[in-house]
Design a protein around this ligand. Structure first.
Ligand code: ADP
Ligand code: AMP
Length: 219
């Protein structure tokens, strides 16, 4: 399956993607995680992306699209993928469509995670991620690690993302509304959008997502 996850920052895309990717046997591709890996490795790409990320702005399309295409063309993504954080504007959605068209394949669904803004702010404020792997995500109250500051999965150090500050979160939410939300209408016109509530326990949201994707395939 080829799936795009959309939803505001802090909606739980990364958290859900980890489970959904496992259940569906497809790789979880997060452009945010790819940028953060580049930053921690000190690559040129990381240096280019950092200022935009710290400011809560989108990294320019030419950099982002090239990185996403490169990742999607790896052997593990030949039969499907779960995109998290890409596309993030209509230009990126069009580039993705072109890429898929040239390969003679299509998206199966766009899963839209709906969460009220006050909840998103609480989720972001308490988010802690692992230095070894930013796909290992915790929350100080909603999903606390067994030992404070230590990743349950790999014993890595947990930290707060540089862009999870109150001011940057405000910018990121605005960027989401103005630049990313329009892709929902773009995909709705293609009949691809399934919207679910991402409120409630992580496992309940996963169940809801799996049911919505299954129903979408049957329709
Ligand atoms: P996104 O990838 O959409 O930015 P994350 O998956 O990183 O969001 O989740 C943001 C924060 O919310 C994390 O700290 C995560 O542990 C927490 N979280 C995710 N899903 C839920 C949920 N269903 N209920 C409560 N907290 C959640
Ligand atoms: P995320 O981990 O998805 O919350 O993304 C963190 C930050 O990485 C965003 O605020 C952007 O600065 C950058 N980023 C991630 N994905 C994209 C994308 N598709 N286009 C542009 N910037 C992105």
């Amino acid at each position: 399956m080829r799936i795009v996850l959309v939803g505001p920052p802090g909606a739980g895309k990364g958290t859900q993607a980890a489970y959904l990717a496992k259940n569906l046997s497809i790789p979880h591709i997060s452009t945010g995680d790819l940028f953060r890996a580049n930053i921690s490795q000190g690559t040129d790409l990381g240096k280019q992306a950092r200022a935009y990320m710290d400011a809560g702005q989108l990294v320019p399309d030419e950099v982002t699209i090239a990185m996403a295409k490169d990742r999607m063309s790896q052997p593990d993504a030949v039969n499907g993928f779960l995109l998290d954080g890409f596309p993030r504007n209509v230009g990126q959605a069009e580039a993705l469509d072109e890429m898929l068209k040239s390969e003679g394949v299509m998206l199966d669904a766009v899963l839209d995670l709906e969460v009220p803004e006050d909840e998103v702010v609480k989720r972001i404020a308490g988010r802690r991620i692992c230095r070894n792997d930013s796909a290992h995500v915790f929350h100080v109250t909603y999903n606390p690690p067994k030992t404070e500051g230590v990743c349950d999965t790999c014993d890595g150090e947990l930290y707060q993302r540089d862009d999870d500050t109150e001011e940057t979160v405000r910018t990121r939410l605005e960027v989401y509304h103005t630049q990313t939300e329009p892709i929902i209408d773009y995909y709705r016109a293609q009949g691809l959008v399934v919207t679910i509530s991402a409120l409630g326990k992580v496992e309940d949201v996963t169940k809801r997502s799996m049911e919505a994707l299954k129903k979408d395939r049957e329709d």
